[in-house]
Design a protein. Structure first.
Length: 956
């Protein structure tokens, strides 16, 4: 038996032929008897015979063709095909000749039928003839074109194929095929004088992904070596644009295997890292490493990053994704060895596991050992200003309730502050219904609902160390422990609720003698040993070890309410409540370190909520006004002297308070789309249906925070303004669906601090916080309105899609710059980067004239010191000025410093299978980089770039 291999794919064929048939031969060489051959030949002749007409007339060929039944499969051939030890070989030709003396079989083709051979899905065909010379052990195609189709793969077109059965190798001249590699389809052509099962050698190979008849670009490799594993190695490679050679590569190594596989990663460097244009420029070579495809579920990689005069970095990553077990995650870390001798560590890891339908586990960690190292070496404007968040938790859903245990950590790079929550435990019991009954049969004691929940958390704020002689309590490390229990009972409209809370704050590393009760009380103007001690900040008077200062507060409340529904959604809820609290502090001079209880307060009142409507233009526009009114009265209690000294007079005085809140929305009903007649008839045939809900959008929404006024306090002090809280602030939130993503919030401090304690409050509204953000695009509904106003009643295509534009919501990242992976430009690794290679993160290309923009404004300041406030504007713009060009720009401007903080500018130019990019990035710390890159879109490992940067520990 001889083995035939074509194009690197081998197949075996054993041929014993006669002049009119091709037969499969047994493995042991046994020949079929002549009688069996005669029987088979006779049956085949009968199957091919044309049936005569019983009338004796000449048969009508047209009638025979129209009524001819399909030929039934031959039973003898079916038995032959089913025999073990035989291989089925099918051939097709216009004719065949066989020379017994020369052992030469020739399959002859024609214009209508080409000579072809097919075995197990592997096909070989020639336009003129297929010649099999058994004596020479050679199979040759004759004609102008031959084709070989492997079992898996694209067809190979060639001028001639010669296969040597003894050496099991083939020669294919003028071969051409198409293969899938990277992100495109590649057209490959050339001569391959040696092709066998182990290795293939070719020369003058031509590669291109341009499908034009005259390719705009192509590569020519003088010598090529390919292995069955899918690795291509070429040397002396020239890149042509048209017929002009523009670039020479000494060698190219590329995997042609579409499957994920292990291998060496492409090294990344720019032109000026090889040939420096300035002596002060520091070379950088990155992504020197290896990728390991461990299994179908996991992979890993390790790379080296060398930055001259700065550091040597080692980047390692491990990823896994086991979908059947709902388990996935990643571990990415970078270790830096600095030129000065220090080392830094950055970690980014995340894991998710859905153990069962009711149990989920997740953990993520982002950590860097030195925040200054990030600010010095990062070229990512986001990284130097954002905080690094880490979370871990498990949630379990039981039949009786839910349990969750979580932990979190936030590391702020701007001021080295760290906030950590460990643990955060929450337990809630599912509502339990007592005495259930159907709504029509329920009595007052039926369907009683009971629910409860509890929580426990511990939070730590860690700030940079302070000097003892300038210690500030606001900048001290703080540990806060909070616990709460809540329970509620609902009996129809009657609700009963109870809650208990415990808060414990610990100020760490407070200098001894920092709290001086006498001086603090004198500064506060209140009695010695009161809670005013906690606000006093006397300077440290003694030297020695620092101490921790602790204070605790225990509070409880019980309330009963009864909801009465009036008209529509208007309701009134009378309520009665009892509350109390107790505190303990290390600075209290009373209580001997134990809790000091405040008087128990009783209050009663009522709350009212309503929805009022106004309609305009019929019912097209609706103004919804939702005011809320709460009234509460708490009589005076009889406190002890100790309680007055600790909690002050306001804690025991009577209270007569009202609280007002308001929410307004202006909504517009959209016109319903007309249904097609077929849809209307189907609805009528289906019987009565519920009336469809009208589609509506919010033109303007306004929410104002609640304001509380105490009549007793105003009467006691003699100043009406004292009925408000001294630190009263009112916030307003504005939103609209017609400015995509519009969010406007403002907070005003209403009163100035009084000139003297207990004096009248002077109204002087001061905007302390403001945030404004919105986004627009060429599809925004507001521009649709303008087009309709200027163009009359003419239908506007973009305006017809305004409903879709509204429902989509805001685009948090219209340019794609916020989520772009910047590769080695970041210090902390990102899990989205598999190989650390930078990729242009251009958005999807749209039509000419399309644009998107977003704007965000933030203000934060204090009435006491406006100079320490901040005003910031952030803008994102993306537009397509021409068919081939696209522009993305992100920036932030500091209005206080009157300077730009950072920039990210990206210009993209499409060049038919190639893409040129101009990227400029500047961080708030002064680092900047400019990169010009030309990359092949079908294989971005092939790119040419020029980079200039200023940054790093050496500032080069």
């Amino acid at each position: 038996m001889r083995r035939l291999a074509l194009g690197g794919r081998a197949f075996a064929a054993s041929i014993a032929v006669a002049a009119s048939a091709l037969w499969s031969t047994p493995v042991d060489g046994q020949e079929l008897s002549d009688s069996l051959q005669d029987i088979v030949r006779g049956r085949l002749e009968r199957l091919a015979r044309v049936l005569g007409d019983s009338t004796g007339l000449v048969p009508d060929s047209l009638a025979l063709d129209s009524v001819r039944a399909p030929v039934a499969p031959d039973s003898v051939l079916a038995q032959l095909f089913a025999l073990d030890g035989y291989t089925r070989v099918e051939y097709e030709a216009a004719g065949a000749t066989f020379s017994p003396e020369a052992s030469l079989l020739t399959l002859i083709g024609s214009e209508a039928t080409q000579a072809s051979l097919n075995r197990d899905g592997v096909a070989l065909r020639a336009d003129s003839a297929l010649v099999f010379d058994e004596g020479a052990g050679r199979l040759t195609t004759i004609g102008e074109e031959a084709a070989f189709t492997p079992e898996d793969g694209e067809e190979v077109i060639t001028s001639q194929i010669i296969y040597d059965l003894d050496e099991e190798r083939a020669t294919a001249m003028g071969a051409e095929t198409m293969t899938r590699a990277g992100a495109g389809n590649w057209i490959v052509s050339g001569d391959c004088p040696w092709v066998d099962g182990d290795v293939s050698f070719c020369h003058d190979m031509r590669f291109t992904s341009c499908e034009e008849e005259e390719p705009h670009y192509h590569f020519v490799a003088r010598e090529v070596k390919m292995t069955p594993g899918g690795t291509l190695v070429a040397r002396n490679v020239l890149l042509y644009f048209g017929d002009v050679g523009v670039f020479w590569l000494p060698f190219v190594a590329q995997s042609t295997n579409p499957e994920r596989r292990s291998g060496v990663l492409p090294v990344r460097f720019s032109v000026n890292d090889v040939v420096r244009t300035s002596d002060s420029y520091s070379r950088r070579v990155s992504n020197i490493g290896y990728y390991w495809a461990i299994s179908d579920y996991a992979d890993a990689q390790a790379t080296v990053d060398w930055w001259s005069g700065n550091y040597v970095g080692l980047d390692g990553g491990f990823r896994y994704d086991w979908k059947r077990q709902f388990l996935n995650g990643n571990i990415d870390l970078r270790r830096y060895w600095r030129e000065e001798g220090d080392s830094e560590l950055a970690i980014n890891t995340g894991h998710r596991w859905e153990i069962s339908e009711r149990t989920r586990v997740q953990a993520s960690l982002t950590y860097v050992s030195n925040s200054s190292f990030v600010r010095e070496n990062s070229f990512d404007p986001r990284e130097v200003t954002q905080d690094m968040s880490s979370e871990a938790g498990i949630s379990k859903r039981f039949g009786w309730g839910n349990l969750s245990m979580n932990a979190s950590r936030r590391q702020f790079l701007s001021d080295d502050k760290v906030e950590m929550t460990l643990p955060a435990i929450s337990l809630s019991v599912s509502p339990i219904t007592l005495f259930p009954a159907a709504p029509g049969r329920a009595r007052f004691y039926n369907n009683v609902s009971w629910s409860s929940s509890g929580s426990l958390s511990r939070r730590v704020r860690d700030l940079p160390p302070q000097e003892a002689d300038s210690f500030s309590l606001r900048m001290a490390d703080v540990e806060t422990v909070q616990g709460a229990l809540r329970t509620g009972l609902n009996v129809g409209p009657l609700s009963i609720s109870q809650s208990v809370r415990l808060n414990r704050n610990t100020d760490r590393d407070v200098p001894p003698g920092f709290f001086d009760p006498d001086e603090a009380a004198e500064l506060a103007g209140i009695g010695v040993g009161s809670v005013g001690d906690l606000q006093g900040a006397a300077v440290a008077q003694e030297a020695g070890d620092s101490v921790d200062h602790q204070e605790e507060e225990l509070s409880w409340s019980t309330s009963i309410g009864y909801r009465l529904n009036l008209v529509g959604s208007t309701s009134i809820t009378p309520a009665l409540s009892l509350s109390g609290r107790a505190i303990r502090s290390d600075t209290l001079t009373v209580g001997d370190g134990a809790f000091v209880s405040a008087p128990t307060r009783i209050s009663f009142g009522a709350g009212t909520k309503a929805d009022l409507y106004g309609f305009y233009y019929g019912d097209r526009i609706r103004h919804k006004w939702s005011p809320s009114f709460d009234y509460s009265y708490s009589p005076e209690v009889e406190p002890t002297d100790q309680q007055i000294a600790v909690f002050g007079a306001r804690a025991v005085n009577p209270r007569n308070e009202i609280t007002l809140g308001m929410t307004q929305t202006i909504e517009m009903k959209l016109e319903d789309e007309e249904d097609e007649p077929s849809a209307q008839s189907s609805r009528r045939s289906a019987g009565p249906r519920r009336m469809p809900r009208a589609r509506k959008v919010t033109i303007l929404g306004l929410r104002t925070s609640a304001v509380t006024y105490d009549f007793e306090e105003a009467s006691e002090t003699g100043f009406r303004s004292r009925g408000f809280a001294e630190n009263l602030s009112i916030s307003n939130q504005i939103s609209s669906d017609y400015l995509r993503g519009l969010a406007l919030s403002m907070e005003h401090d209403i009163f100035e601090s009084p000139a003297e304690a207990g004096g009248a409050l002077v109204a002087a509204p001061f905007m302390s916080r403001a945030n404004l953000s919105f986004s627009l695009s060429h599809e925004s509904a507001i521009f649709g309105w303008l087009r309709r106003l200027t163009e009359g009643d003419r239908e506007d295509a973009s305006a017809s899609e305004s409903g879709r534009d509204i429902d989509d919501g805001g685009d948090d990242d219209p340019t794609g710059l916020e989520t772009a992976d910047l590769g080695e430009s970041t210090v902390v690794p990102r899990s989205t980067s598999r190989s650390g290679q930078r990729r242009p993160q251009s958005r999807s290309r749209g039509s000419v004239g399309e644009w998107r923009a977003s704007l965000a404004y933030s203000l934060a300041r204090s009435r006491i010191d406006e100079a320490t406030g901040s005003k910031m504007i952030q803008a994102n713009v993306a537009f397509q000025p021409t068919e081939k060009w696209s522009v993305d720009w992100r920036t932030s401007y500091d209005l206080v410093a009157s300077s730009f903080n950072d920039h990210v500018i990206q210009l993209r130019r499409e060049m038919h299978r190639w893409e040129a990019s101009f990227d400029f990035r500047q961080t708030a710390t002064g680092n900047w980089t400019f990169v010009f890159e030309v990359a092949l879109t079908d294989n971005r490992d092939l790119h040419f770039d020029y980079e200039q940067r200023t940054g790093g520990s050496s500032r080069r």
